[in-house]
Design a protein around this ligand. Structure first.
Ligand code: DGL
Length: 283
């Protein structure tokens, strides 16, 4: 598959952004801030969310279907704005979608963590699928072979963020449950991580509860801004940066639930989304 049925993609074509649901809107927010003149088509596979509890084969298949659907919109580049899909689906997508950059969120996230950490002891929280697949652990060790990585699935964070319970006592209790053991020394003198990677698109909205649980010293990093910087660099390198002078646009696609997408998505994008703005598609 290619951008325009075999033709080279044009620099004024949109950028395709894909997530299992609305979480990737945190990445879209960073992309629109960094690249304000670009056009974006965002696809949330809300009918099949969550990906984080599904098998790698299923996630890879769903991710490829979503990527193929975005190519129908003539995109010039694909951003896999979902950690779970990036961790298991990227090679499959890259093997099938030629002729355009395909950028995931794991490598940019690993990069920022390796730069942020002084000690090299890095904690990662993500979905079960992302932790089980080990993609963050591999990406961090590839950049910093001296690193030691503790990874912890935090699946309830996805539900909390979706339900709008991202702050308050429930969020604080669950953050403590997942994070205190990781950040308490196992024996006197044992090291604890100095950096925490939010390895899931839903987690940045829980930043306050996460900060309370880990304390003020730990550096908390997410991959949204670094991913946006990587997209900018790769577009420029491929001669695909837009030449448009008008402000960019965002088109929102979902596979189910326009009302829910608008309601929950508003929080993730930090900008009002109305149900009328969301187009439903089938994969
Ligand atoms: N978007 C997913 C991720 O970043 C979280 C939600 C899900 O499990 O589908 O891993």
């Amino acid at each position: 598959l290619s951008a325009a049925s075999g033709g080279a993609p044009s620099c004024v074509a949109p950028i395709g952004v894909f997530d299992s649901g609305v979480g990737g809107l945190t990445v879209l927010r960073a992309l629109t801030a960094k690249l304000p003149r670009e056009r974006f088509v965002y696809l949330g596979d809300t009918a099949r969310l969550p990906y984080g509890t599904k098998s790698p084969e299923t996630v890879a298949r769903y991710s490829l279907q979503a990527a193929e659907a975005l190519t129908e919109y003539g995109v010039k580049c694909l951003v896999i704005a979902c950690n779970t899909a990036s961790s298991v689906g990227l090679p499959t997508i890259r093997a099938h979608i030629e002729n355009m950059p395909v950028i995931g969120v794991i490598e940019p996230g690993a990069q920022v963590a390796c730069t942020a950490s002084r000690s090299g002891h890095i904690a990662v929280i993500a979905t079960e699928g992302t932790v089980r697949g080990g993609a963050y652990q591999r990406a961090i060790l590839a950049i910093r072979p001296d690193a030691s990585v503790d990874a912890q699935p935090a699946p309830l964070f996805v539900a909390l963020a979706e339900e709008g319970l991202h702050e308050g006592p429930i969020a604080n209790d669950i953050a403590t449950h997942y994070l205190r053991p990781m950040f308490s020394p196992s024996h006197p003198g044992a090291s604890v991580p100095d950096t925490l990677v939010l390895g899931c698109t839903h987690f940045p909205v829980l930043a306050e509860a996460i900060r309370r649980a880990v304390g003020p010293q730990v550096r908390i990093v997410d991959s949204a801004a670094t991913t946006a910087a990587s997209v900018e660099a790769q577009l420029r390198e491929a001669g695909l940066a837009t030449t448009a002078t008008d402000p960019g646009t965002v088109r929102l696609l979902a596979t189910d639930g326009r009302e829910r997408f608008a309601k929950v998505g508003t929080r993730f994008l930090d900008q009002l989304i109305t149900p009328e703005q969301v187009e439903l598609i089938d994969l």
